[in-house]
Design a protein around this ligand. Structure first.
Ligand code: GUN
Ligand code: ZN
Length: 658
C-alpha cells in the first residue's frame, strides 16, 4: 500500500495506494469542512484531502447524506479521503459524544479511505504522570480500533496516532507499541500547540524520537502542521503527509502563507507570488472586497503555495538537493534554524537513510552544513581505513585535486621525531572544507569532489577541521604539513622541514582503484578485486578511468558521475569469495531465486536478511540462504527499509547468474 520511489536524507518520495486511487507523497491534505467548504481543492491540485468524521457524525443532515452517498460525494472529492476522529475536538472541548469503536464503524460506513481512532492529544509540557495516563488510553484505543477493524473485515485503512506530549521516551515507547500493532499509517499528534509557540526544536525531538521507532514501510503524518515553512524540515525527519486547515484559517485573518513565513495583507506592498490570485488581483482590489470574497481568494493563494512547496520538496528529493532546500527553508526564522541545529543531533540516524550517491553536488550553505550526514559518513569511513606510517597534508587546490597537484608544492613543516620520511609509506591528504580530510586517491568519488563551498571560511568549518586534524594526526608517525595549513588551522607545534622539494605526490592508478574499492566495499576489496595482471582503460575524451580488467577479464566499470565502481560478473564473484556473509549481501528466499538469476529486480518481500551497512545506491550481492551468489545490483533502499517493506522493489538487479 506504500512504496518508496526516491530518497534523500530521511526524506522520501513515495506512492500511497488507497481504494480511491494512488497518490504521490509527500502530500498535503487540505482540510475540508464538511459543511462550510467553498474552495475546490482538486482544481488547485490536491490529490488527497482530510475531513472530520466527528463533525459529520454530529450533524444530522450531512450525516444522512454521508451514510447514503459516502463521504466522497458529501465533500465532492473523488480521490482518497482521510478522516479524523474528533480527538482534536476532544482536546479543545474536553469531551466528545462518540466512542472509539463507534467512530471507527462510522468512518467505515461513510467509506472513508483512511480512518483514525480516538486518540488523546496530550498537551505539551504536562507532568509525566498525566502524559503516561493519557498515553495508556491512546494505546488501548489504537489496539481496540485495530482489532475491531480486523474482526469486522472493514476496508478502512487505519491511522494510529503517536502521542506522549513532550517526553521523547514516551513518544518512542508509543511508536514502538503502535509499530508492533501493525497499523497502516502513523500520524504524530499534539504538535499544534508547539507550532503555535514556535517551539520547533521540541517538534524535532518529538518527531525524531517517534519516527526512529516507527516502521519505514508506513507513511507518517505530522498532524496539524499546515504551514509551508515547516514542510521541508518535517519531510527531512521522515514525514510523508501533512494536513492544512491553515490555508483557510490564515485567510480568514487576511494572512498570506509562504515558505518564508506569513504576510499580513495590511503590510503588503506587492502581491506575494505569481499564482493565479496574485497575478489577477492587486492589493487594493483585495482590500476593497467583501471579507468573505477576499478570504476565499487568499485561501486559494495559501493552498497554491502550500501545494507548490510540496512539489518543490519532491523535486529536490528526486534530484538529490533536498538537504540544501531544508537548509534554505530553516533560515526563515531563528527558531527554525534552532530546530535544524537540533536535527543534526540525530545525524547517526539520518546517515543510515541517506543515499550513498546523489544526482546533485553537495552545496555548503552555511556553518550548519558542516554537520551534514555525508561529512560524518566520510570521516567515519576514514576512521576504519588502514593508515600508513606517515601523513602529508596538503592545502586545497583546484578539483579534482589529484590531477592538479602543483609540481613544486612549497614549504612544509614536520611533526615527529625524525627529519626524513619515507614517501612510499605515506598517506597524502588534502585538507579542505567541508569534508576535512580527502585522501588524494579518493578525491574523485562522491561527494568528495562533487561539492561546493564559499571561498571564505567560517569558524564552524575551521573548528571542525582542527578537531579532525587533532584526532587523525596522532595516528601517524611523521606528519608533513604544508605551510599554508599550519597558519590556517592553528598548527604551530611544527618544525620547518628541510627537504620540502622532495615531496611529490606520485599519481598511481592502481593505488587509486584499490583505495576506491576499499572505500566503497570495505577494506580488502581492492586486493580481492584487482588480483592478477591489471589493465586500466580510460576514456579518450576525459582521461578518466572507465574499465578495469584483470588477466583479460572485466572486473569493474567506474561510473563517470561519482567514480564508484559497478561490478562485472567476475567482480561480483571475487567480492563474494573474499567477504564473508552477510557482508555486502542481500539474502533472498527460494521464491525469489529464479527471478534473481534471470536478472529481474528483487522485491522487498523476498528478502530474508541483509548487511546492516547497506545504504541506498550501494552495489550489493544477491545471495540465497546457502550463500550462493544469484545476482548483483544496485540497492534502492537501505538496510532497515529492505527488512521492513513487504511491497515494492528493493534492488535493481544488474546481472544474474543462471
Ligand atoms: N489534529 C491535530 N492534532 C491531532 C492529534 O493529536 N490527534 C488527532 N486525532 N487529530 C489531530
Ligand atoms: Zn499567490
Amino acid at each position: 500500500m506504500f512504496q518508496i520511489k526516491f530518497k534523500d536524507g530521511m526524506g522520501r518520495v513515495g506512492k500511497l495506494e488507497t481504494k480511491h486511487g494512488t497518490i504521490t507523497t509527500p502530500a498535503l491534505m487540505p482540510v475540508i469542512h464538511p459543511r462550510k467548504q467553498t474552495i475546490d481543492v482538486k482544481e488547485l491540485g490536491a490529490e488527497i484531502v482530510i475531513t472530520n468524521a466527528y463533525l459529520i457524525y454530529k450533524d444530522e443532515d450531512i450525516k444522512k447524506k454521508a451514510i447514503e452517498e459516502g463521504v466522497h460525494n458529501l465533500i465532492n472529492f473523488p480521490g482518497p479521503v482521510m478522516t479524523d476522529s474528533g480527538s482534536f475536538q476532544l482536546s479543545v472541548y474536553g469531551d466528545v459524544e462518540i466512542g472509539n469503536k463507534e467512530v471507527i464503524e462510522f468512518q467505515e460506513l461513510i467509506k472513508s479511505d483512511i480512518g483514525t481512532s480516538l486518540d488523546i492529544p496530550t498537551a505539551p509540557y504536562v507532568s509525566k504522570e498525566k502524559a503516561e495516563e493519557d498515553l495508556k488510553i491512546t494505546l488501548e484505543r489504537a489496539k481496540e480500533a485495530k482489532k475491531f477493524r480486523d474482526d469486522n473485515g472493514f476496508e478502512l485503512l487505519l491511522n494510529s496516532v503517536v502521542q506522549g506530549s513532550t517526553f521523547p521516551d514516551l513518544r518512542s515507547y508509543c511508536a514502538s507499541e503502535l509499530a508492533y500493532l501493525g497499523s497502516d499509517l502513523y500520524p504524530i499528534g499534539a504538535v499544534v500547540p508547539l507550532m503555535e509557540m514556535y517551539h520547533y526544536d521540541q517538534i524535532v525531538d518529538i518527531v525524531m524520537s517517534s519516527v526512529s521507532h516507527l516502521p519505514d514501510s508506513k507513511p507518517r503524518h505530522l498532524m496539524g502542521a499546515g504551514h509551508p515553512m515547516l514542510f521541508a524540515l518535517a519531510v527531512a525527519m521522515g514525514c510523508d503527509l501533512f494536513d492544512s486547515a491553515a490555508y483557510v484559517l490564515y485567510a480568514e485573518d487576511d494572512r498570506f502563507l509562504s515558505p518564508r513565513g506569513t504576510y499580513k495583507l495590511e503590510n503588503l506592498l506587492e502581491m506575494p507570488c505569481s499564482c493565479e490570485i496574485c497575478s489577477n488581483y492587486t492589493i487594493d482590489d483585495l482590500k476593497s472586497m467583501e471579507k468573505s470574497e477576499r478570504s476565499q481568494l487568499i485561501a486559494k493563494h495559501n493552498l497554491y503555495v502550500s501545494l507548490a512547496e510540496i512539489k518543490l520538496i519532491r523535486q529536490a528529493i528526486y534530484e538529490g538537493s533536498f538537504l540544501e532546500l531544508v537548509e534554505e527553508r530553516c533560515r526563515v526564522h531563528p527558531n527554525l534554524l534552532n530546530a535544524y541545529r537540533r536535527f543534526s543531533h540525530y545525524n547517526d540516524e539520518i546517515e543510515l537513510y541517506d543515499p550513498r550517491s546523489k544526482k546533485s553536488a553537495f552545496f555548503y550553505t552555511g556553518s550548519e552544513s558542516i554537520n551534514r550526514p555525508e561529512i560524518k559518513r566520510h570521516l567515519n569511513k576514514l576512521r576504519t581505513f588502514k593508515k600508513k606510517k606517515n601523513l602529508v597534508l596538503l592545502p586545497s587546490f583546484k578539483k579534482p585535486y589529484s590531477k592538479n597537484v602543483p609540481n613544486n608544492l612549497g614549504d612544509f613543516y614536520i611533526y615527529g621525531e625524525e627529519n626524513k620520511i619515507n614517501l612510499k609509506n605515506t598517506d597524502f591528504m588534502v585538507v579542505d572544507i567541508p569534508f576535512c580530510l580527502i585522501p588524494l586517491d579518493l578525491d574523485e568519488i562522491y561527494p568528495l569532489s562533487q561539492n561546493e563551498y564559499p571561498k571564505t571560511k567560517d569558524l564552524a568549518a575551521v573548528n571542525e577541521i582542527e578537531k579532525i586534524l587533532s584526532e587523525f594526526i596522532p595516528q601517524y608517525k611523521q606528519i608533513l604539513i604544508h605551510n599554508k595549513l599550519a597558519k590556517e588551522y592553528n598548527l604551530n607545534l611544527y618544525r620547518i622541514y628541510p627537504d620540502s622539494n622532495l615531496i611529490k605526490y606520485e599519481k598511481n592508478d592502481v593505488n587509486k582503484i584499490i583505495a576506491i574499492a576499499d572505500y566503497q566495499f570495505g577494506f580488502g576489496a581492492g586486493e580481492a578485486l584487482f588480483n592478477g595482471k591489471i589493465k586500466i582503460e580510460k576514456s579518450k575524451k576525459t582521461g578518466k578511468i572507465r574499465h578495469i580488467y584483470c588477466d583479460g577479464e572485466l572486473i569493474a566499470n567506474m561510473r563517470a558521475s561519482d567514480s564508484f565502481f559497478i561490478l562485472s560478473k567476475e567482480g561480483a564473484k571475487r567480492l563474494h569469495t573474499s567477504f564473508k556473509s552477510p557482508c555486502l549481501r542481500v539474502i533472498v528466499n527460494s521464491d525469489s531465486e529464479p527471478f534473481a538469476r534471470e536478472g529481474k529486480s528483487v522485491f522487498s518481500k523476498f528478502i530474508v536478511d541483509c548487511d546492516e551497512n547497506i545504504r541506498s545506491n550501494d552495489e550489493v550481492l544477491i545471495v540465497n540462504e546457502n550463500d550462493q551468489l544469484l545476482a548483483y545490483g544496485k540497492a534502492l533502499l537501505c538496510y532497515s527499509e529492505m527488512m521492513d517493506f513487504k511491497v515494492g522493489q528493493a534492488i535493481k538487479t544488474r546481472k544474474g547468474f543462471k
